[in-house]
Design a protein around this ligand. Structure first.
Ligand code: ME8
Length: 514
């Protein structure tokens, strides 16, 4: 019954004008959990991430550092690539917009939009935020007490006036609105969908899509004095990586199933990108979903506040799967999330060390000691045994539904609820007391508990892949029986399978003294 159709998921591609921060890490972890979930559920998955290397911001940062934009991109793109390894991301490709394959696709997309009559030359005069790489209408900006004019994301804007190519965005308002209406899941969550609908309804202006005052970008076909606006270039990365235009081996992955991005860049993904694709005659992605922002102890991270947490430090301090788990479980996906060391410590101790870690180690070490080191044979099942097995067998359906709705935290909540029920079952059955009074019944309780641990571990793989693999090793589940099709009755533990004494998978976190 598994659905083997292609599933293509992407993160935003990050600006490598600095090193990755925890917001970048969060997006990658969440997208990875979704990619892994679909893979384990049998889908043919392609997961893409990468770096967005052109534009004025990159050129300015490089100039300030006294290096070339290419050098800056090479140095920091390597940091983003290293982060994929650090976080155990399962991306199938890592795209850089400075790659030749990308130049070809972007230029072809441009030509198609041009052939469709949607590109014309004029001159642009208006406000531009280099930090957002975005043009803003005057009424979206404000002059603050410091005398500086700021855009809607709180970044400074500057006046730009130059010859420019334009994209006829104004012609796409009705088609975009009709698309949102016909595809209610196209934009999520609901707040972002409403925000975009009212933005489009307020009337779209044509978009300036080339620049002449700097040269760090992809040249406009036939007019190399212009480089393309970095967002035309950047958004196209999603198409480039599939080779859809050339019809390569990965072409089956277009259109994308979902683009995962942060809420600050929803307009680019839900307005500009579909309009470009409509113009070029390319099918639209199925969904765009915006996660929230991570706040450090409730405050927006910024370099000036000095609270930009380096993901490397966080992982070294708490452990990788602990960090992955915390962000996926604690933050309602789609909303902003706050974090502090204290919160992380409490959450990982409650759910991981005292939760699944403890249930696995108590039950499995009893098996090793009291059942000749092998999975015992269960006897007749009581109502309590059947109830907990039924819950274990049914949890994947809840997790799947929540993951399809992008409610990652709720999928985890359902899995952790099974851990709590498993704990209650184990404590209520008191297998340690049965050891003397009824060893056969003890064997059944331990079998049932180990089976619940097996299913929990399979379901935890998308979120805490390294630790879930260790748990599955402890219950001796073979590598080829770890996908979701083995959940439930089909994959039940086999009596007589030898087990080794469990080692702790999730040690208790003890805060270091100052
Ligand atoms: O926007 N919390 O790149 P970027 C959560 N190059 N997410 C955050 C965050 C935070 N504090 N800060 C940033 C760009 N992000 C463009 C994208 S896509 C064709 C081009 C998210 O490096 C942000 O919302 O500024 C975005 O999704 C991603 O990190 C990269 O941000």
């Amino acid at each position: 019954m598994t659905d083997k159709t292609p599933f293509y998921i992407t993160t935003a591609i990050s600006y490598p004008n600095g090193k990755p921060h925890i917001g970048h890490a969060y997006e990658l972890i969440a997208t990875d959990a979704m990619a892994r979930f679909q893979r384990l559920d049998g889908r043919d998955v392609f997961f893409l991430t990468g770096t967005d290397e052109h534009g004025q911001k990159m050129q300015q940062t490089a100039r300030n550092e006294g290096i070339t934009a290419q050098e800056l991109a090479d140095r920091n793109s390597a940091e983003f690539r290293a982060m994929t390894t650090l976080l155990n991301a399962s991306n199938d490709d890592f795209i850089r917009t400075t790659e030749q394959r990308h130049h070809k696709t972007v230029q072809e997309l441009w030509r198609r939009m041009e052939q469709n009559g949607d590109i014309y030359k004029d001159s642009y005069a208006g406000w531009y935020s280099v930090r957002d790489e975005a043009f803003y209408a005057e009424d979206e900006t404000e002059v603050r007490a410091d005398g500086v004019r700021y855009g809607p994301q709180g970044t400074p804007v500057e006046w730009v006036s130059e010859e420019s190519y334009f994209f006829r965005l104004s012609a796409y308002g009705d088609r975009l609105l009709a698309h949102y209406e016909a595809h209610p899941d196209f934009i999520g969550p609901a707040e972002r969908r409403n925000e975009i609908i009212s933005f489009v309804k307020s009337g779209l202006k044509d978009l300036s899509i080339s620049r002449t005052t700097f040269d760090w970008g992809i040249p406009v076909p036939g007019d190399p004095a212009h480089v393309m606006y970095v967002w035309v270039d950047a958004l196209t990365n999603y198409l480039t990586a599939t080779g859809w235009i050339e019809g390569g081996e990965r072409a089956r992955f277009w259109p994308a199933s979902i683009h995962i991005i942060g809420k600050d860049i929803i307009r680019f993904h839900a307005v500009y990108w579909p309009a470009f694709l409509m113009s070029a005659g390319v099918p639209l992605p199925e969904r765009v979903f915006a996660h929230g922002f991570l706040l450090n102890k409730g405050e927006k991270m910024s370099k000036s506040l000095g609270n930009v947490v380096d993901p490397v430090n966080l992982v070294n301090h708490f452990g990788l799967d602990q960090v992955r788990y915390f962000f996926l479980r604690e933050v309602s996906f789609g909303q902003d999330g706050s974090y502090s060391e204290e919160q992380i410590g409490i959450r990982i101790n409650a759910d991981l060390a005292n939760g699944i870690g403890n249930l696995a180690s108590r039950s499995l070490s009893m098996i090793v000691k009291n059942c000749e080191g092998a999975i015992p044979s269960p006897g007749a099942l009581t109502d309590a045994d059947q109830a907990i097995l039924k819950l274990a067998d049914e949890t994947i359906a809840i997790a799947r539904e929540e993951m399809n709705r992008l409610q990652i935290h709720k999928a985890l909540t359902a899995i952790i609820a099974l851990v709590s029920e498993g704990d209650r079952y184990f404590a209520g059955q008191e297998p340690w007391a049965l050891k003397k009074t009824d060893p056969a019944r003890m064997a059944t309780v331990l079998y049932v508990t180990a089976e619940v641990v097996r299913q929990i571990s399979i379901m935890l793989q998308p979120y805490v892949p390294g630790s879930a693999a260790k748990l599955l090793d402890l219950v001796a589940v073979p590598d080829d029986r770890r996908s979701f099709e083995w959940l439930g009755e089909k994959g039940r533990l086999t009596a007589g399978t030898p087990l080794v004494a469990p080692t702790p998978v999730f040690p208790r976190y003890v805060p270091k003294e100052d």
